[in-house]
Design a protein around this ligand. Structure first.
Ligand SMILES: Nc1nc2c(ncn2[C@@H]2O[C@H](COP(=O)(O)OP(=O)(O)OP(=O)(O)O)[C@@H](O)[C@H]2O)c(=O)[nH]1
Length: 520
């Protein structure tokens, strides 16, 4: 809806008020409301209290002096200050100044504005007692809810909820019987807006905001009145408190309040920021406060609700909620485990050579870098072994690439069986393998190299043309103590270099890196 600027000062005659942004009223309705002489109004003292509230530096004494001039306002202020909610067992107050300082500025403003509430009496078309009860229940409910969800807003929300239906009084003043006969029964509040929109082009929430603005109420209160209708949803705690408080009031005053509350509780199960225990606390507090509020506003106290029924319903809902939560938790746990399992598989694939299932080159390099740094820092030994199968090209050429693959797979499995648990054997590339041997000096690395050669000499890696196929290997070893190695790659280069010396020396042997080697 587009936002229009309504000059409150202009419509209310209260000087010095800032412009307030409200959605526009339909033109025809606006003209009629401006001309209506019977709209709800406030006593002069109440209007002055609002003016003080809007001043830049309101003080308690100003409030007290203004209220003192109006006996009805004074009486209501002192009753509120001496009510159980505010006195908390303290002495009774008897002056306006003490009353204002006890209940605070927000509650004093609420008292002043309460004079604009519907008053039961002759000549009214609508059930004002019902409207007033609804306003008081909603105001207390929103204040209690706010104590849990947005405590700093509690007082202002009380006033907002108190005034949320003054638009209905404006429509009544404007159209009397015609309004009453057009709208559904007042107790079906959720259907009122629709009927009002149909007849006037807007509902009582907007008209109420307009009227409150014309009294000069602070902007958040006027804007809050517009918010009072709408969906219950998480997010804006202010709106949630206001909207829920109207529904609580409707349930409270319903013919079968227990069933109405049960339906509301079920509806609320999907609003995450409300838990049922908190709601039950709010309801209990409300039950406790309503009699004194009814006395204060001089209306018949709303009936007490059937809390036994409500508690039973709440317990059942709690049980259902817990059950749903347990099921959801179990589902999430399963999803997490599946995710973990697929992560493990991916991780495994990420580090494994797909042909031989040994560590692949990137993983070998990563682990060697870690071992290299660690060995340097802790001054522990570290050796690497470079293994290159001899004349592998001949095997491929003679028996085919797939046969060559089988040979590589066989050798990899054998190598993996021969290394220690703490060693890492991997495929460096093609027919080249690397073994990282933490905590191992060159002599012990040499023992493994001899074992590998012995295995290759005695165990054929395949059967070719019905005959065992033996393969030999050239092996180079480098020990961290063999030289000044800048990094892990330099250590691998050294082992590679030692291996090449074996190749050049006729293959099928083991060589150790020598820093003094002129070809190094
Ligand atoms: N079957 C198979 N062969 C591979 C694989 N990777 C590399 N090779 C082969 O390994 C052979 C390596 O050949 P060369 O680098 O000439 O070495 P070589 O024949 O082993 O000779 P020397 O190393 O000098 O003893 C090539 O024929 C490559 O095709 C593989 O994954 N599977």
């Amino acid at each position: 809806m587009p936002i229009d600027r309504i000059s409150i000062a202009e419509s209310s005659g209260v000087a010095g008020l800032a412009n307030l942004q409200l959605p526009p009223l339909p033109e025809a309705l606006r003209t009629r409301l401006a001309e209506c002489r019977t709209l709800p109004s406030l006593p002069a003292a109440a209007a002055r209290v609002i003016a003080i509230a809007r001043s830049s530096d309101p003080c308690l004494a100003d409030y007290a002096r203004t209220i003192e001039q109006d006996p009805a306002l004074t009486l209501r202020l002192l009753s509120m200050a001496n009510s159980a909610s505010y006195s908390r067992g303290g002495n009774a107050v008897s002056t306006c100044l003490d009353g204002v300082s006890r209940i605070g500025l927000d509650a004093t403003l609420a008292i002043a504005l309460s004079f604009g509430l519907p008053r039961p009496g002759a000549g009214t078309v609508l059930d004002h007692e019902y409207l007033c009860q609804r306003a008081i229940i909603a105001a207390s409910a929103t204040q209690e809810l706010a104590q849990h969800l947005c405590p700093q807003e509690a007082s202002q929300l009380f006033t907002t909820a108190l005034l949320q239906d003054i638009g209905i009084l404006a429509f009544e003043a404007l159209d009397g019987d015609a309004y009453a006969s057009h709208i559904p029964e007042l107790r079906q509040h959720h259907r009122l807006s629709e009927a009002e929109h149909e007849r006037y082009g807007c509902d009582h929430a907007l008209v109420g905001a307009w009227l409150a603005a014309s009294w000069g109420v602070p902007a958040p209160i006027a804007l809050g009145i517009i918010d009072s209708h709408g969906q219950l949803a998480d997010g804006d705690a202010r709106k949630l408190c206001l909207r829920l408080s109207c529904r609580i009031a409707d349930c409270w005053l319903a013919a079968d309040s227990a069933s109405a509350f049960s339906a509301l509780l079920r509806q609320l199960a999907s609003v995450a920021s409300l838990d049922i225990v908190m709601l039950m606390t709010v309801m209990q507090e409300l039950q406790h406060r309503l009699p004194s509020l009814a006395r204060l506003f001089e209306i018949t106290c709303p009936p007490a609700i059937d809390s036994t029924h409500l508690l039973a319903e709440a317990k059942e809902l709690l049980f259902e909620q817990n059950l749903r939560m347990t099921i959801r938790l179990a589902e999430q746990q399963r999803e997490l485990e599946a995710l973990h399992a697929s992560h493990v598989v991916l991780d495994e694939q990420h580090r494994t050579d797909h042909l031989t299932q040994l560590a692949n080159r990137p993983w070998l390099e990563k682990r060697l870098a870690q071992h290299f740094d660690c060995a340097r820092q802790t001054r522990q030994p570290l050796s690497v072994m470079f293994i290159d199968l001899d004349h592998f090209k001949r095997i491929n050429d003679r028996f085919g690439h797939r046969f060559g693959d089988e040979v590589l797979i066989h050798f990899a499995a054998a190598l993996n069986n021969m290394v220690r648990e703490s060693d890492i054997a991997g495929r460096y590339g093609g027919e080249e393998f690397l073994v990282i041997m933490p905590n191992t000096r060159r002599q012990h690395a040499g023992i493994l190299a001899d074992r590998i050669r012995e295995y290759l000499a005695t165990q054929p890696l395949a059967q070719a043309d019905g005959k065992p196929l033996h393969v030999t290997a050239s092996i180079g070893i480098a020990d961290l103590e063999d030289g000044e190695f800048d990094d892990a790659a330099a250590l691998v280069d050294a082992a590679d270099h030692a291996m090449y010396r074996v190749k050049h020396g006729g293959r099928d042997g083991v060589g150790h890196y020598e820093e003094s080697d002129p070809s190094a």
